[in-house]
Design a protein. Structure first.
Length: 288
């Protein structure tokens, strides 16, 4: 056989090899039993339940820079209200979406919201670690957004340290000026803090002023700031006044499917600003 024909056979074998997405990876290492069902069998069952593909849901909330001119990341919303036995299935779907975007030449970071009490479960932490290792994604594309509802235990701190060693980035999602979380952010050098727009609405009370002071402290620490639930133009104006880095909410853009994320370049605000700037350039005198 000539070298040319061997090369042809190799190329054809590679071309005809079945494509495998992240959800096709065998999950035998983290088939821990939870509530009488294995995680893997539960994923397989729920992904086809009712004939509906879970990978087509309207679950991905776009995150933009404060001007709305550039997509900077995505928040995976189902994990905000997920029960413990659903966490790994949703993490799998979120990580699979990153691979899907990569196949379309879009490198988009994803934030996976995780409740603090989930990190107290060794089986869940093992499952999350295995998903991240098997994904072989570059460092920086997977972030975990912690939702603080319970006291921070030693197990949670150990889980955060373990995930940190895998290159996972950490965000604090429900900013509430909690001293325990402030210490955790300083100790582990969290990448970002998310502030609910409700905190910055209305008159400047003592609580709002304290929140603004802490935002300035985060900036000194090199911690990025996100404004969530941006609903009114006033929210976006506050983001400018406080130099908040990123914004997301219904004013910017509502949640979309993972396929629609590929086609997003800017937000509603970004589109509006672009159309105004275009009209000024094409018609500087304001003539009709």
């Amino acid at each position: 056989m000539s070298p040319k024909s061997r090369l042809y056979n190799l190329v054809m074998a590679w071309k005809n090899k079945p494509f495998r997405e992240l959800r096709d990876i065998e999950r035998t290492q983290w088939q821990e039993t939870i509530s009488g069902n294995t995680i893997a069998s539960q994923i397989d069952h729920e992904s086809t339940k009712g004939g509906i593909n879970i990978y087509r849901g309207i679950h991905f909330e776009p995150i933009f820079n404060r001007s709305g001119s550039a997509l900077k990341g995505v928040l995976y919303r189902p994990l905000l209200s997920a029960k413990k036995h659903e966490v790994l299935r949703h993490c799998l779907e979120g990580i699979d979406a990153i691979h899907y975007w990569q196949c379309s030449n879009r490198i988009i970071p994803l934030i996976l919201p995780i409740h603090i009490d989930t990190l107290q479960s060794p089986s869940h932490v093992d499952g999350i670690c295995d998903l991240i290792l098997n994904s072989r994604l570059p460092v920086g594309l997977i972030s975990i957004g912690l939702i603080h509802e319970h006291p921070i235990s030693t197990e949670v701190i150990q889980s955060i340290a373990r995930l940190r060693r895998l290159g996972v980035l950490f965000h604090w999602l429900n900013f509430d000026s909690n001293p325990e979380m402030m210490k955790l952010i300083a100790d582990f050098q969290f990448e970002a803090v998310h502030i609910h727009a409700d905190i910055l609405r209305g008159t400047y009370s003592e609580g709002i002023e304290r929140a603004i002071d802490q935002i300035q402290l985060f900036k000194k620490w090199g911690c990025k700031t996100y404004l969530s639930h941006v609903t009114f133009v006033h929210d976006n104006e506050m983001a400018y006044q406080l130099a908040i880095d990123y914004c997301y909410g219904s004013l910017m853009l509502s949640p979309v499917s993972r396929h629609q994320i590929i086609h997003i370049q800017d937000s509603r605000i970004g589109k509006a600003l672009f159309s105004i700037q275009t009209s000024k350039k094409t018609n500087p005198q304001g003539d009709l």
